[in-house]
Design a protein around this ligand. Structure first.
Ligand code: GDP
Ligand code: MN
Length: 391
């Protein structure tokens, strides 16, 4: 889960990391007002869940409040396409208006969990800014790493090594080391999976300042980070996935084919997707019910799948192991009937209580095709999808 830059900066401030002065605007007039209050040159920054804004025109400089208003007008209400977004881009409904900073140097400072070493790793570079990905790829030696042992936190020798890697002047070393410690405290306290300051700048006056901030949070810990969950901006997500999450449908992922999939188990799900592709079909999504089916959640998932205009047929592949077969069937039928759908549904149901489940499906009046195994359900769904597309 992620949050916007301005929200990340509020957290940085809470943990004692300096950021530029600024305010958030949802209209051009508000942006003008904030710029006037700041009383100097400002930067207008599109608030979206994507980096690469600088290169994509998502950051505007303004010398006067009038220019700030114009800059905000160019960004607000538009969709921003950056190298990190889909071609549709992400909506801009807020801009951050900040005092413009005279930059002496742009540095990079980041913290992530290293999945291989299973430790937090802090990374620093003197070559921060918009080219850091390119630099990390072409000259990895310019990015220095320090693995952090959780019980001992960031050790002073590690922070010093990173600070030297940033090529700082002697008097900037101590503030940089302190800043690293604070970033690690934030990372730990907020269950982050990533905390990145790029660029971390040294101003002309020799001050360290987080000019940009990106925080990602571990979804598995979000239950204890309620304040983060509450500010999550659903508008930034794929609209269908956002709707799914709002309806309590977990594990729904939108894909670009025309066969809607209701499946259970990560392994069987991947098998269905692969087999579909092998047999000339393409999944429109996958929805993994999980091992304990909740009919209402399945019904909501089916409604979302039916509401997706690209879906021509629904494939259901369920093995009722821990969950009971009739509960899966009931969920599918409820969702179908509540949507007034005509779509064909091909179902392979096996395991506990399948007879009861099949009876529910057969008697429901939905456009139901029975399949006996994985191969059967996939080939029938592909065949039906092809017939419908030909019409
Ligand atoms: P990103 O491209 O989405 O990562 O957006 P950033 O917030 O990192 O901004 C991109 C670039 O804009 C930075 O690397 C800076 O070069 C520039 N920039 C942002 N704010 C300021 C500012 O206040 N003053 C100056 N001179 N440049 C800025
Ligand atoms: Mn940045």
């Amino acid at each position: 889960m992620r949050i916007h830059e301005y929200q990340a900066k509020a957290l940085l401030t809470q943990f004692g990391i300096p950021v530029p002065k600024g305010g958030i605007a949802t209209t051009p007039v508000e942006a003008k007002k904030i710029a006037a209050e700041l009383g100097n040159k400002v930067v207008i920054k599109a608030q979206v869940y994507a980096g690469g804004r600088g290169k994509a025109g998502g950051i505007k400089m303004a010398d006067t409040p009038e220019e700030a208003e114009i800059g905000a007008r160019e960004l607000l209400g538009r969709r921003l396409v950056t190298e990190q977004t889909t071609p549709e881009g992400v909506p801009v409904s807020k801009v951050l208006v900040e005092e413009a900073i005279n930059i002496r140097q742009e540095l990079y400072l980041g913290l992530v969990i290293d999945e291989i070493n299973r430790l937090p790793v802090m990374m620093a570079s003197e070559a921060g800014g918009m080219e850091i990905e390119e630099i990390a790829r072409l000259s990895p030696e310019k990015v220095l790493k320090a693995y952090i042992d959780p019980p001992t936190s960031v050790q002073p020798f590690q922070a010093r090594k990173l600070a030297y890697a940033m090529n700082l002047n002697p008097e900037e070393i101590r503030p940089a080391i302190e800043l690293m410690g604070k970033l690690y405290q934030l990372f730990l306290a907020k269950d982050c999976s990533l905390a990145e300051i790029n660029p971390l700048v040294i101003t002309m006056e020799g001050k360290l300042l987080a000019l940009d901030a990106k925080l990602n949070f571990d979804d598995n810990a979000i239950f204890r980070q309620q304040d983060v969950e509450e500010i999550y901006d659903w508008e930034q997500e794929h609209p269908i996935e956002a709707r799914a999450a709002q309806l309590g449908v977990r594990n729904y992922v939108k894909l670009d084919g025309n066969i809607g999939c209701v499946v259970n188990g990560a392994g069987p799900t991947m098998s269905v997707i692969d087999l579909l592709a092998q047999m000339g079909g393409k999944a429109a999504n996958f929805y993994d019910t999980g091992p304990a089916p909740v009919p209402k959640e399945i019904a909501n998932a089916v409604k979302i799948i039916i509401g997706d205009p690209s879906v021509k047929v629904i494939l259901v592949n369920i093995f009722a192991g821990m969950g009971r077969g009739e509960r899966y069937a009931q969920g599918v039928v409820d969702g179908y009937l509540q949507s007034n759908a005509k779509l064909p549904v091909v179902v392979k149901l096996s395991g506990t209580n399948v007879e009861e489940g099949k009876r529910i499906l057969a008697e429901s009046g939905i456009n139901y095709f029975e399949a006996v195994d994985l191969h059967d359900v996939v080939s029938k769904a592909v065949e039906i999808a092809k017939q419908i597309s030909r019409r």
